[in-house]
Ligand binder design. Structure first.
Ligand SMILES: Cc1ncc(COP(=O)(O)O)c(C=O)c1O
Length: 476
């Protein structure tokens, strides 16, 4: 139940010996940075399939597309409006180009921690307050499949003379079936970036940038050559070609089968008594305009389990590897390549875990840190420690521009003693990699407490340093 979207389903995705197709830009094999032949035609097939003005296959992931998209749209030092739950690639663009970020915050969804959507009215407020914003960047869908109202956001963005870039890294499968949301490509976004490898059958790192603003074509081309390898892998490109070919031939039937498997899964999940799923009843609230059913978000709130516990149970007891664990939920990613058997096993596992939660709760289900999770969990391993509710953090105070803080002299401090200092580092919960602290922001007691809590709950926090990952780089 994790990436890549091909799920190593070798019945659906076949390829010969990789050495036989790992070619380079010799005659007849085109050049990704100046396409005239088969790679030009690959781009055209992509734009036809998604309905974009022009599309560019990418071999350095959505990361390269996001960096090129930002670079092509703004000039050094410009102001940009960023949804604060964007992936770190967006913030890397901000740092490289010395941009001035203004943030808008996603809504908080009650009863489960993943963020909700971005409200169009919040975008409008920011654009009125900062009429010099050149570019609006939002992530839709989020990792958990929350889709914002792209059409309304695009209309507002254009009314104030800015471009809209939608990070649709998790939405390459949108628009192929009525049971899934429509892609931002068709809803007015100027630039849309999708990771083909996340939700479609394509090799890791394969992605696509779609463009709907003709005047940006020359700059997009220029920057794609900056952020992508001068030796693009033909294995990846050929994987994109295969993926598109499969969809050109069979998208309708593959998505029909996939959608009906998902429907059946959600029907079965109505039997859950303790665990709960992020479901369509959230649509229309918390900025949630649509929900992508391909993402299975399982909340453990109120069960006495943590996301880490559920992840361990699924993995160790049922041999199901979820995509990610958060303090209070676990996320499963599905695609057209998931099998009937895979869905059935997940269904059985979740129903069985749900049934046994009462027993575990009586015992106060909590895993002491010294237990080696790789060995598998036994009931004796649990103690009676209370579970903490994961706090929602308030926005950090901003003292310096991210690019300034990033480039200033810095030292490493013990995180516990860093309150009041200005961060020179990004701290992110991984996955998904959206930063909770950005260079230039002040480290608060609340943030320290938050980081220590989520670490204790088994979540990986990237950006910390030191042998035991308890230090942080601060501006001196
Ligand atoms: C929302 C979002 N945007 C962008 C990226 C970067 O995508 P890629 O790994 O294809 O470079 C990710 C990766 O996890 C992501 O989750």
């Amino acid at each position: 139940m994790h990436m890549p979207g091909h799920k190593r389903n070798t019945e659906l995705c076949e390829m010969g010996n990789p050495y036989a197709i790992d070619i380079t830009e010799i005659e007849g094999f085109d050049n990704l940075h100046q396409p005239e032949g088969l790679l030009l035609s690959l781009g055209r097939r992509l734009s036809r399939m998604y309905g974009a003005l022009s599309s560019y296959p990418l071999v350095n992931g959505s990361t390269a597309g996001i960096l090129a998209g930002i670079s092509a749209t703004v000039r050094r030092g410009d102001k940009v409006l960023i949804a604060r739950n964007c992936h770190k690639a967006v913030y890397h663009g901000v740092i490289l180009l010395g941009l001035i970020p203004v943030y808008c915050y996603p809504q908080i969804v009650e009863g489960i921690t993943p963020f909700g959507g971005i409200l169009p009215e919040n975008i409008e407020e920011a654009l009125i307050t900062h009429p010099d914003i050149k570019l609006v960047i939002i992530t839709s869908p989020t990792y958990e499949g929350v889709v914002s109202d792209i059409k309304a956001i695009a209309d507002i963005t254009h009314k104030y003379g800015a471009y809209l870039l939608v990070d649709e890294a998790h939405g390459a499968h949108f628009g192929f079936h009525k049971g899934f949301p429509q892609s931002a490509v068709k809803l007015g976004a100027d630039l849309v970036i999708q990771s083909l490898h996340k939700t479609l059958p394509a090799f890791t790192q394969s992605a696509v940038l779609h463009l709907n603003a003709e005047e940006l074509i020359p700059r997009i081309r220029k920057y794609l050559a900056v952020y992508q390898s001068s030796s693009p892998s033909y294995l990846l490109l050929s994987g994109i070609d295969q993926c598109i070919h499969l969809l050109e031939e069979k998208a309708d039937s593959l998505f029909e089968v996939y959608h009906s498997r998902l429907e059946q899964f959600y029907q079965e999940m109505a039997k859950l008594k303790k665990l709960s799923l992020l479901k369509r009843d959230r649509i229309g609230k918390y900025g949630v305009y649509e929900l992508d059913p391909s993402k299975i978000t399982i909340s453990v709130q109120g069960t006495g389990l943590t996301g880490h516990d559920l992840h361990q149970l699924l993995h160790n007891k049922y041999q199901i590897m979820p995509e990610m664990e958060a303090p209070d939920y676990v996320l499963g990613m599905t695609s057209i390549c998931d099998t009937k058997e895979g869905f059935e096993r997940l269904t059985e596992a979740l129903l069985a875990i749900d049934d046994s939660i009462e027993d575990l709760r009586v015992r106060g289900y909590s895993v002491p840190e010294e237990v080696d999770h790789r060995e598998g969990l036994k009931l004796e391993d649990y103690d009676t420690t209370d579970r903490r509710v994961v706090p929602i953090m308030s926005p950090p105070e901003i003292k310096l521009l991210p690019s300034d803080a990033w480039n200033m002299p810095s030292i490493e401090l013990d995180l516990r003693k860093s309150a009041g200092q200005i961060s020179a580092a990004f701290l992110s919960l991984f996955p998904p990699g959206a930063p909770i602290l950005i260079p230039g922001e002040v480290i608060s007691e609340e943030l320290i407490e938050y980081v220590l809590t989520v670490k204790r709950l088994g979540v990986t926090v990237t950006g910390l340093t030191g042998e035991t990952m308890d230090r942080i780089e601060v501006v001196t």
